[in-house]
Design a protein around this ligand. Structure first.
Ligand code: PLP
Length: 385
C-alpha cells in the first residue's frame, strides 16, 4: 500500500499504540475518583496534558481536551460568541475547514454578521480586506494556520497584530499545521488554537483547544467539573494518553521527519511536473506545509484518477475527507479562482512519517500512466488552457 493521504488521517505510530495498549491493560480508573486507581489515571492525563502543552509552547492549564479537532473549532467560535453577546460579528476566511465554516453559518442564522475574508490564487489571506472588516462589534477572528487541501500557511502573526490593535480575539485552526510546521502559541500570539490527535500519528476522537490564560470562553458541553468545568464528560483517557504520546514523539523527532517528508514531497511534485503534461500545481509554492501536493489534471475527473490509483493500492484524496462524499466542488479550490471543472480535476497527495522513497517512485510510475489513459478516453483537448 502507498498511503498518500496523511492530511485525512495518519497511521497510529507504533510507540503510541504500545502506550495505549499498556494504559488499557493497566488502568481503568476514573480520573475524578479520589482513591489511588483514579488518582493514577489523573496523573497520567496530567502528564499527557503537559506534553501537548509543551509541544504547543503553552501551559498545561491552557489546554482543554476535546472529542476532536472539529469540537475544538466549534468550542472556540461558539464559546467566544456566547461570552460576549453584545459583540455580534465574526471574521473568518473563505477557505476554512467545515468545522469552522458550518459554525459560522450557524451563527449567521442566529443573527451574527460573519465576514469571509478572500484569499489570492495561492490561498493566502487578503490582510487589507481583513483589516477593513474589523468593527467595534467584532468578537473573534478565526483563520486557519495551514489549509488542509493546499497546505498554504496563513500569516497568523500579522492577523494577530491587526487584531491586537483593535482588541479582538484570534483563533487559529492548527489541525493541519501541528507537526508539519512550527506551532508555538507564544510566537503566533493567538488566543485560541485547535489541534487534533489523529493528524499527528495519534488516535482519532481526541483533540484539544488551547485557551490563553485570561481569555473568557463559555463551555460547549455542560455537566461535571472535568477539564476544569470547561468540557464536561468523563475524559477519553485512552485517547488523551495516545495524543500525549504522539505529541511527545513530535517533539523528539518532528523536525527530522519533516525534513525527510518535505524532500519526498518535493520529489513527487517535481516528478509530476516533469512527467504529466498540463498538471497544474495548486497552493503556495513556498509558504505551505510541504507534505501537501495538490494538482489539477486538466480534462479529468479527480474521482476517476483516485479510483484508478486505488486499484493499484495507492491512496490519495480529491479534497478534504469531510467533503469527499459530497458532490460539491471544493470551496477551497473555487476560492483560489479555479474554474469548477478544473477544481473537479484536482488530487491532493499528502505525505507523512511512514512514507518512503519507494512510495514516491511507485506513485510516479503509476500516476502518469493513469492520467494518460484516462485522458485518452475523455474529451481532453491538450491545447485547452
Ligand atoms: N480542521 C482542519 C483544518 C482539518 O483538516 C480537520 C480534519 O481534516 C479538522 C479541522 C477536523 O479535525 P477532526 O477530524 O479531529 O475532527
Amino acid at each position: 500500500m502507498v498511503y498518500l493521504d496523511n492530511n485525512a488521517t495518519t497511521p497510529l505510530d507504533p510507540a503510541v499504540a504500545e502506550k495505549m495498549c499498556w494504559f488499557l491493560r493497566e488502568h481503568f480508573g476514573n480520573p475524578s475518583s479520589l482513591y489511588p486507581i483514579g488518582r493514577a489515571v489523573k496523573d497520567i492525563v496530567t502528564e499527557a496534558r503537559e506534553t501537548v502543552a509543551r509541544a504547543l509552547g503553552a501551559h498545561r492549564n491552557e489546554i482543554i481536551f476535546t472529542g476532536s479537532g472539529t469540537e475544538a473549532d466549534n468550542f472556540a467560535l461558539r464559546g467566544v460568541a456566547d461570552t460576549c453577546p453584545e459583540k455580534n460579528e465574526i471574521i473568518t476566511s473563505t477557505i476554512e475547514h467545515l468545522a469552522v465554516l458550518r459554525v459560522a453559518n450557524y451563527l449567521e442564522k442566529k443573527g451574527y454578521k460573519v465576514t469571509y475574508v478572500p484569499v489570492d490564487r495561492f490561498g493566502t489571506l487578503d490582510l487589507d480586506f481583513l483589516k477593513d472588516a474589523i468593527t467595534p462589534r467584532t468578537a473573534l477572528i478565526s483563520i486557519m494556520l495551514a489549509n488542509n487541501e493546499l497546505g498554504t500557511i496563513q500569516p497568523i502573526e500579522a492577523v494577530v497584530m491587526i487584531a491586537r490593535d483593535k482588541g479582538v480575539l484570534v483563533h487559529t485552526d492548527a489541525v493541519q499545521a501541528f507537526g508539519k510546521t512550527d506551532v508555538n502559541v507564544e510566537k503566533l500570539g493567538v488566543d485560541l488554537l485547535s489541534v487534533s490527535g489523529h493528524k499527528i500519528y495519534g488516535p482519532k476522537g481526541v483533540g484539544a483547544l488551547y485557551v490563553r490564560r485570561g481569555v473568557d470562553i463559555c463551555p460547549l458541553i455542560q455537566g461535571g467539573h472535568q477539564e476544569r468545568g470547561m468540557r464536561a464528560g468523563t475524559e477519553n483517557t485512552i485517547g488523551i494518553v495516545g495524543f500525549g504520546e504522539a505529541a511527545g514523539i513530535l517533539m523528539d523527532r518532528g523536525k527530522k521527519d519533516r525534513d525527510r517528508i518535505e524532500k519526498l514531497a518535493e520529489a513527487l511534485k517535481k516528478g509530476i511536473e516533469s512527467k504529466i503534461p498540463k498538471a497544474k500545481f495548486n497552493g503556495h509554492p513556498e509558504n505551505r506545509v510541504k507534505n501537501t501536493v495538490n494538482f489539477s489534471f486538466l480534462g479529468l475527473e479527480a474521482e476517476a484518477v483516485l479510483l484508478a490509483l486505488a486499484t493499484k493500492r495507492i491512496y490519495v484524496s480529491t479534497g478534504s475527507a469531510c467533503s469527499e462524499e459530497s458532490e460539491e466542488v471544493s470551496h477551497v479550490l473555487l476560492s483560489i479562482g479555479l474554474r469548477p471543472e478544473i477544481a473537479r480535476s484536482s488530487i491532493r497527495m499528502s505525505l507523512g512519517r511512514f512514507n518512503t522513497d519507494e512510495d514516491v517512485q511507485i506513485a510516479l510510475r503509476e500516476l502518469p500512466e493513469i492520467v494518460e489513459k484516462l485522458r485518452q478516453i475523455s474529451a481532453f483537448d491538450p491545447e485547452e488552457e
